[in-house]
Design a protein around this ligand. Structure first.
Ligand code: NAP
Length: 257
């Protein structure tokens, strides 16, 4: 099934599908089966990390899916405790995933003081060596992003951060937009009260579910979504968020849930 998922260009020839599949806390057989199901459902962007311990299963699912490597965007992340061992860590990720490169490599969260800049430089070296197609960060505030740019002239293409209605921060979004950093939002479903009456009313008026409203709301704010589920019906639900749109009033309501 080929779904039309809009993409955002991170760099020349590097297109990030705005809907991805999150894989935190899915390991072993479940990681393999969930990734197979997600690819069958139409996801073409998989979000993993060294820390998740599931890269091998994801790689196997990718190969068994029959999809070409070029059809699936893969993100993985460097644990900050591996600062100084970037190349070895990436090599282990590539080996586990069974691929020659990843599309996006992120610093999972800011390394200890003084290590953020050398770690960022190490990511850029791996990009220049062709082992990653783009480099970004996760859980960075604006000041930390600015430090990297000031010192290297290179802007992280993505900043992956927690995002839900309660965490909505227009100033941060504007800061990232000004710097041309794409924001990816994680744990949006987990961190939202899915029984909130305001969200239920919006969902009911569109004939959709509250998770779909939350995910659609993020896309409205140009935030890339990466919902995780082990259930194929929910994977499809989370992918089916482009067939309706929210009014300005509804967006305002969700902003303040
Ligand atoms: P999430 O995707 O917001 O929520 C996942 C939870 O919601 C699971 O319990 C899932 O249960 C449930 N769920 C999924 N779809 C649903 C639906 N349609 N209706 C009802 N419940 C639904 O949380 P997350 O896994 O924390 O975040 C998403 C991804 O972001 C992660 O998997 C990971 O890839 C990434 N992440 C990154 C960081 C970071 O520091 N960079 C941190 C956390 C997460 P079932 O599986 O039972 O469906």
């Amino acid at each position: 099934m080929a779904l039309e998922i809009p993409a955002v260009e991170l760099a020349p020839g590097v297109s990030l599908p705005t809907i991805g599949f999150g894989t935190w806390q899915i390991t072993g057989r479940s990681a393999y089966e969930s990734t197979r199901a997600a690819l069958d459902a139409g996801y073409r962007h998989i979000d993993t990390a060294t820390m998740y311990g599931n890269e091998e299963e994801i790689g196997r699912a990718l190969r068994d899916s029959g999809l070409d490597r070029s059809e699936v965007f893969i993100t993985t992340k460097l644990p900050p405790s591996h600062a100084g061992r970037e190349r070895q860590t990436l090599e282990a990720s590539l080996k586990a995933l069974g691929v020659d490169f990843v599309d996006l490599w992120l610093i999972h969260w800011p390394p200890a003081r003084g290590k953020s800049l050398p770690t960022w430089i190490a990511l850029l070296e791996q990009r220049d060596a062709g082992r990653i197609r783009s480099a970004g960060v996760s859980n960075y505030d604006t000041q930390l992003v600015d430090e990297l740019v000031r010192e290297t002239g290179e802007t992280p293409v993505v900043n992956q951060v927690a995002w839900s209605p309660a965490e909505h921060d227009p100033k941060f979004l504007a800061d990232m937009r000004d710097r041309r950093v794409v924001v990816e939002g994680y744990s949006s479903l987990k961190n939202t009260p899915l029984d909130d009456p305001r969200l239920l009313a919006i969902a009911s008026s569109h004939g959709v579910t509250v998770p779909q409203v939350v995910l659609r709301w993020q896309l409205h704010h140009d935030i890339v979504i990466i919902p995780k589920s082990t259930r194929p019906e929910r994977m499809r639900e989370n992918l089916s968020v482009l067939g309706f749109s929210l009014s300005d009033d509804e967006i305002e309501t969700v902003n303040s849930v």
